[in-house]
Write a protein that binds this ligand. Structure first.
Ligand code: CO
Length: 134
């Protein structure tokens, strides 16, 4: 069962700089920058009443968003994250329906300390989809 929209992620060169205007002009609560070496990104969150905006910047030489930023030097929307109740059950149903799970297929711990998986954009209308166990 698909749950809430947890966040929309925007890839940028400088996450803190990108998030700043959401704080000063929109009054959003802005998190500290959190490095996630396992995902090759540093994240900064702007919290909105109904969801979050996740700003991600490359971390390390092998960052999975490096190519995206080469193609989109000004930044851009990178993925959407939906909550699911049971990530392994959701993964198994998605695979059964022909969707491709990126990486090893085993959930990794994401920015909120919860298991996440990424799904192939070609199976989701061109949008990279992250699922997070709520
Ligand atoms: Co995300």
């Amino acid at each position: 069962m698909l749950g809430r929209l947890n966040h929309v992620a925007i890839a940028v060169r400088d996450a803190a700089k990108a998030a700043r205007i959401y704080g000063v002009a929109f009054g959003a609560d802005i998190s500290e920058a959190v490095p996630l070496p396992e995902h090759g990104v540093t994240t900064v969150f702007a919290t909105l009443p109904n969801t979050k905006i996740e700003f991600i910047e490359p971390l390390g030489a092998e960052s999975p968003i490096a190519k995206f930023l080469d193609r989109n030097p000004d930044g851009g929307i990178h993925h959407v994250c939906y909550e699911v109740a049971d990530i392994r059950a959701s993964r198994d149903l998605l695979i059964k329906e022909g969707a491709r799970v990126l990486g090893s297929g085993e959930p990794k711990i994401g920015a909120h300390g919860k298991p996440v998986l990424f799904l192939h954009p070609k199976d989701f209308s061109g949008a990279l989809v992250e699922i997070e166990e709520a």
